[in-house]
Design a protein around this ligand. Structure first.
Ligand SMILES: [Zn+2]
Length: 149
């Protein structure tokens, strides 16, 4: 197996793990999961939800997402701020394409690569990441892994 195939295989597995992690989200409209991986270690994780100490409800009475709901990427990155891990040079796996607000955090966190699973109607987050020379890869987590040799 080539190095590229090995990487793709790992990417697909981490992306599927991020998708499973998204199941932790109590948000009803949309569940998103994220993992931060560095040197083949998961150093942080996140899913979309309200900040610590707030009621675990993401939507208001009109089913609109509350403005203080944190995205999965923001939760994964801010979790690192309270840990001894360092995201510099890491890869972020996320089940939906990052929005522009999360993309700013991704850039400032020193993340070098983003692998995401789902296209979003707005591409401005992805464009910003590319502008910051972050490698952006789209993968379908349900794609078959490369054949074992
Ligand atoms: Zn976001």
């Amino acid at each position: 197996m080539t190095q590229e195939e090995k990487q793709r295989k790992l990417d697909l597995r981490y992306l599927r793990m991020a998708r499973i992690w998204a199941e932790n989200s109590y948000c009803k409209r949309r569940q998103v999961g994220a993992l931060v991986v560095k040197d083949k270690m998961i150093i942080s994780d996140g899913y979309n939800g309200t900040p610590s100490g707030f009621e675990n409800v993401c939507e208001d009475e009109s089913n609109i997402t509350k403005p203080y709901v944190l995205h999965a990427e923001a939760n994964a990155i801010t979790k690192l701020a309270r840990s001894s891990n360092n995201s510099d040079g890491s890869t972020l796996y996320v089940t939906a394409s990052p929005c522009i607000e999360c993309s700013k955090l991704i850039i400032q966190a020193g993340i070098k690569r983003v692998v995401y699973a789902e296209h979003y109607r707005l591409e401005d987050g992805i464009d910003l990441l590319k502008k910051a020379n972050i490698e952006v890869t789209y993968l379908n987590p349900d794609d078959n892994e490369p054949e074992q040799v």
